[in-house]
Structure formats: structure tokens, C-alpha cells
Ligand binder design. Structure first.
Ligand code: MRU
Length: 341
């Protein structure tokens, strides 16, 4: 199985798969400078909520090793400035802020610079290990929701490439396949940046899982034809009432599932849950460059240059459309999620 990122202890660098190059080339990128970390997140070389969180933590540790200020106060000031810079790379996924907050608290606990660095290392590696075990737990709980011979629809990429390994929404599928269940996946291509076509199809085909790619606007037709048994998607942030943000187009999948009576699940690690906001209207939605819509992923023109473009990277699905939240602690209904939170 693919490992999306790791920390090279020999060189003190974060190493990531550059996801902008997939599926054509499997290229690794080494990161140890703040600007590289920021740009990697911004340009989606490092993407998917959990991967952004863990990658930010390991990347912040790599950058911290290179902070030149040797006084504890100066180091802490520089590190917190660095965290604020990295946290400004993308606004929607909670994992990024969760990881930065944990790294800041870790640095503050140390008295000397060397102690601070030790604590930063421990915290970044703890975040990485937690993510791996959370994804495996989601896989085990979610697998039970997949009947034998089922076809699962997914949107965007919430597989091993969105996390350290295994993923969230695809973890139940990997678990079902590991248990020799017959499972098929239908992957929305996920315009505009094609995370479904480029990334989900790449990793599922590499894992030998029966996968069919569709354009986003074909999902309702397949549901009407009775070809989809359930949908599982990932999420970037869950509000206290269970409303959640995920890749743009997720709301359409949820609405279609409700219309056709198809179970709609969201894989939601607790690091994505934001108790500070009451509902989805408080989630900041990232808007991205018009060119992502007017050009295709390989920069071929798809629309006139002067057309107005609306390009939110995420949309918010109301809790009422969610059949269940698959968390590392079990599966919760939308009527139970506020208690779990
Ligand atoms: O813009 P991206 O590719 O970072 O968006 C990713 C998604 O929307 C994923 O579905 C989400 O991060 C969940 S991954 C567990």
C-alpha cells in the first residue's frame, strides 16, 4: 500500500508523494523550508485533510530543526510565526489547524530549545502514528457496512493518498477486500482537479480493486438504475451539529442518495470535528483560481478566458442527509453525532 508521506530521519526532511504529478508519474518531493511546505499544501502536492495535518506537523518539525534563533523565547516566536504562515495555506480542513495547535502547545512545554525540539519531534510522530491507527479503526468499523457484492460510490480522494496510509473513506473498502469480500467502487472524477480520476482510481487500481470511473454528472443515472448500493465520502471539517464540508460535489452525491434511498456515509476522524462551530454555515470554504475551471488539469483551455467563474473547493452537506459517521470510535447516526462530539 502507498505511503503518502514520511519523515527522513537521516536528512531531517519531510518526504511526500507529489500528488500533482499523479497518475502519470510517482515523484517524491523533499521539504524542509517553510515556503516549500506552504506551496506544497496550497498547490495540492500535499492534500487531503489528514495528510495535510500530519504533513504540516512533520514539515513544521523539519523547519524547526533549521530555526537559527537559539534563545528559547526567540525560537518560540519564530516557530509560532512559522505555524501561522503554514496555517494560512488553506482554510477549510480542520486537521491543518489541529496539527498546528498541537505543535505550538508541544513547543511551549519545553524550557530549553533542545527540549522544545525534542517535544516537537515527539508530537509530530505521535500525530503520524495516531492517523495510521485512526484510519485502520475507521476501516474496521466501516467494513461492516459494506454488504457482499456491493458497489460503493465515492467522491474525491479519501484513500491512502489523503492520509499517511490506508485513508478514511476508502479504508472500509480496503478492509473489505482484505477480508475477501467482493466489493466494487465507482469513483466520481471530481472536477475541477480530478482527485477521483487521478488519485482514487490510481490507488484502487494499484490495489487490484474493481474500480469504474464516471464523470460527476453520471452518478444520479447510475443510482436510478440501481447500480449503487451505498456511498462513502471523506470530510474536511465537521460542525457540532454534524454538518460537514468535503470536496465540492459531495452535497450533490448526498442529495441524490437521499432521493434514491441509498445509504450515505461520511468517514470522519475526530481530528476533523470542530466543536467551536455550531453548524456548517460557520465553515470557511476555500475558493480557488478560475483557471482550475476554465482549463483542464493539463492546462488545455476549456472555456473562454473572459467568462465569470465560481470555484469553491468544498461544499457543506447538512447532517440530515448523513446515514452514518464512520469514526475511529464506531459508527454514529446523524441523531447521535452531537452526543459523540
Ligand atoms: O482539495 P483536496 O484534494 O485537499 O480535498 C480533499 C477532500 O475533499 C477529501 O475528501 C477530504 O480531505 C477528506 S480526506 C480524508
Amino acid at each position: 500500500m502507498l505511503r503518502t508521506l514520511y519523515f527522513d530521519t537521516n536528512t531531517g526532511e519531510l518526504v511526500i508523494i507529489d500528488q500533482t504529478r499523479l497518475p502519470g508519474e510517482l515523484v517524491y518531493k523533499r521539504i524542509s523550508a517553510p515556503r516549500d511546505l506552504f506551496e506544497s499544501i496550497k498547490t495540492l502536492a500535499l492534500r487531503g485533510a489528514p495528510a495535510i495535518g500530519v504533513g504540516a506537523a512533520l514539515g513544521l518539525y523539519a523547519c524547526a530543526l533549521r530555526i537559527e534563533d537559539v534563545t528559547p523565547q526567540g525560537f518560540e516566536y519564530s516557530f509560532e510565526k512559522l505555524c501561522a504562515f503554514i496555517a494560512s495555506s488553506r482554510p477549510t480542513a480542520r486537521d491543518l489547524f489541529y496539527a498546528c495547535d498541537r505543535m505550538i502547545s508541544a513547543a511551549r512545554r519545553g524550557v530549553s530549545v533542545s527540549e522544545k525540539i525534542k517535544l516537537l519531534r515527539a508530537e509530530a510522530f505521535a500525530l503520524e502514528a495516531e492517523n495510521i491507527s485512526v484510519c485502520h479503526a475507521i476501516g474496521e468499523y466501516g467494513e461492516k457496512l459494506i454488504p457482499e457484492n456491493a458497489t460503493v460510490l465515492t467522491h474525491c480522494n479519501a484513500g491512502s493518498l489523503c492520509a499517511v496510509e490506508y485513508g478514511t473513506a476508502l479504508a472500509p473498502i480496503y478492509e473489505a477486500a482484505a477480508r475477501k469480500k467482493n466489493v466494487r467502487v465507482v469513483s466520481d472524477e471530481t472536477r475541477p482537479l480530478l482527485q477521483g480520476a487521478r488519485l482514487t482510481c490510481y490507488e484502487l487500481c494499484a490495489a487490484g480493486i474493481d474500480t469504474t470511473l464516471i464523470c460527476d454528472n453520471m452518478a444520479a443515472g447510475l443510482m436510478a438504475a440501481g447500480k449503487i448500493d451505498l456511498a462513502i465520502v471523506g470530510c474536511d471539517r465537521v460542525a457540532s451539529n454534524g454538518d460537514f464540508a468535503n470536496k465540492t460535489g459531495t452535497l450533490s452525491v448526498a442529495v441524490n442518495c437521499a432521493y434514491f434511498g441509498i445509504p450515505f456515509y461520511v468517514a470522519a476522524p475526530s481530528s476533523t470535528i470542530d466543536k467551536s462551530i455550531p453548524d456548517g454555515s460557520h465553515i470557511t470554504i476555500e475558493h480557488r483560481a478560475a483557471e482550475e475551471v476554465t482549463e483542464n488539469f493539463y492546462s488545455h483551455r476549456m472555456a473562454p478566458l473572459d467568462v465569470k467563474v465560481y470555484n469553491p473547493a468544498f461544499d457543506v452537506t447538512p447532517a440530515s442527509l448523513v446515514t452514518g459517521y464512520i469514526t475511529e470510535k464506531g459508527v454514529f447516526k446523524n441523531t447521535e453525532i452531537s452526543e459523540f462530539i
